[in-house]
Design a protein around this ligand. Structure first.
Ligand SMILES: [Zn+2]
Length: 140
């Protein structure tokens, strides 16, 4: 069974073009919907202040002020930097029903979201692969 037609993203590139831009691990996660191993990501324990961008296209997706320690093994956030920065699609793979989080600009796979986030901050956990993001350190 195929899910509904994928939405058209502003940034469209061929497989070859993405392979040129991205390292193999980032390519696998962003373009082939892979998952980095838990507790291994470069930003899992990052507590610095700044902005997380999509590694494929530079779209700003999360701010460090919404990052929290969920204990799940991946960088976790309570909400995106702006609602329109991300796209949400239903994901029926691996015999589960999950909400997939993609970059709204290029359609790159970022991770999933789950309804088990901190209750006092909206109750949502955005569980995002480190290799899908680049961190830009800032002072706010
Ligand atoms: Zn992107």
């Amino acid at each position: 069974m195929k899910s509904k037609p994928k939405k058209e993203y502003p940034i469209q590139k061929s497989k070859e073009e993405w392979e040129e831009i991205l390292d193999p691990h980032s390519y696998h996660v962003l373009r082939e919907k892979g998952t980095e191993r838990p507790f291994t990501g470069q930003y899992y324990l990052n507590k610095e202040t700044g902005i997380y961008e999509c590694r494929a296209c530079g779209n700003e997706i999360f701010h460090s002020s919404k990052k929290y320690d969920s204990g799940c093994g991946w960088p976790s956030f309570t909400e995106p930097i702006r609602p329109e920065a991300i796209d949400v699609q239903m994901d029926y793979s691996h015999f589960m029903i999950r909400e997939e989080i993609l970059c709204a600009n290029c359609g790159g796979h970022l991770g999933h979201r789950f309804p088990d986030g901190p209750q006092d901050q909206g109750g949502i956990r955005y569980c995002i692969n480190s290799v899908s993001m680049d961190f830009k350190k800032g002072d706010k």
